[in-house]
Design a protein around this ligand. Structure first.
Ligand code: AKB
Length: 320
């Protein structure tokens, strides 16, 4: 059987950095090409620069590397996207169209592109949000994710492209930092706690959002991509859940490990309104039913693991 050849876009981002390593472990570093708009510095990794709007270069990389799978992570997220709506729409949609067309025209056998809880909106039931439900996203990022889900399904139905997607909740991990999202506070808060600093939360303390630990998010991505084709019944995007918590709850979980940690609240109106338009918890039973998805980390387990790993990182920095 031919070895997989993997192309990742947005590989320098929060998920990309970690997914690249996981894909290298699975397929061999020589079979993974990590690309991003800017040069990326990932050890022992084949890298190249790629602007996802540059279809010619994308085509060249896919053809020259005989790419069999694309993981298309490049996108502008919710809060950042609101600064330049038309620019965000262009990057998120044209980037996706380039990936879909290059994949269709050059025998790429599977494509992964993430959707998000941002694809939902104020008319969506906020608790235990069902797989199929009204979705009226109100951010340009959310609109692009919902449109991207429909287009993925279209390329599957019309051209038979094996396209797979997950509606990621906020992702929290210790190996990389997020940028431009509404859920970012839940990563930065751990770094402040470990540096012995207090942290100012930009959401109200009672704002519940769905979140997932990076290890679970990566495992979900690999399991979805490994599942036999006939098991994948959803071609727009699967709901995916890990845990749900409010800022007050994550602060309490950190304090249980680091009692001197202090947090204050200063609401950022844009991020607060985005968070209030999103679900609080997600029903991911369809993913469980179709390909066996099961999260392993809750808030307590994640907090212990984050603190253990960040402690190593910061004590190493101090002694270096
Ligand atoms: C964001 O906050 O924009 C992202 C997401 C939930 O997709 N983390």
């Amino acid at each position: 059987m031919r070895k997989e050849s993997i192309l990742i876009t947005g590989a320098g981002g929060q998920i990309g950095t970690v997914l690249t390593k996981a894909l290298q472990e699975k397929h061999g570093a020589e079979n993974v090409l990590a690309t991003d708009l800017r040069e990326i510095d990932l050890p022992k990794t084949r890298t190249d620069t790629l602007n996802v709007l540059d279809k010619e270069k994308m085509t060249k990389l896919v053809v020259e590397n005989r790419v069999t799978q694309i993981y298309h992570l490049a996108a502008i997220l919710s809060a950042k996207g609101e600064e330049k709506p038309r620019f965000t729409w262009n990057i998120n949609m044209e980037g996706l169209f380039n990936v879909l067309d290059v994949a269709k025209d050059h025998d790429v056998s599977k494509v992964f592109h993430p959707s998000s809880i941002a694809a939902f909106g104020p008319d969506t039931p906020r608790e235990n949000t069902p797989q199929v439900t009204p979705a009226t996203p109100t951010t340009v990022y959310g609109i692009s994710k919902m449109a991207g889900e429909f287009w993925g399904n279209y390329y599957f139905l019309r051209y038979g492209l094996d396209i797979r997607s997950l509606r990621y909740p906020g992702i929290i991990g210790h190996r990389s930092l997020p940028g431009g999202g509404t859920t970012d506070y839940a990563v930065h808060i751990y770094h402040s706690a470990l540096k012995g600093e207090s942290f100012e939360v930009f959401l109200k303390e009672s704002t519940a959002l769905p979140m997932i630990y990076m290890d679970d998010a990566i495992r979900a991505t690999l399991e979805l991509m490994d599942a036999p084709k006939e098991k994948i019944k959803v071609r727009d995007a699967y709901n995916l859940a890990g845990m749900t918590f409010t800022p007050a709850e994550i602060v309490a979980a950190i304090k249980a490990e680091i009692p001197e940690f202090k947090a204050t609240y200063k609401v950022n109106p844009l991020r607060q309104s985005i968070a209030e338009s999103w679900p609080m918890s997600i029903d991911d039973s369809k993913a469980t039913e179709d390909w066996g998805w099961k999260p392993t980390y809750d808030l307590k387990g994640m907090t212990k693991d984050m603190i253990k790993n960040l402690r190593k990182k910061y004590s190493f920095k101090k002694s270096a």
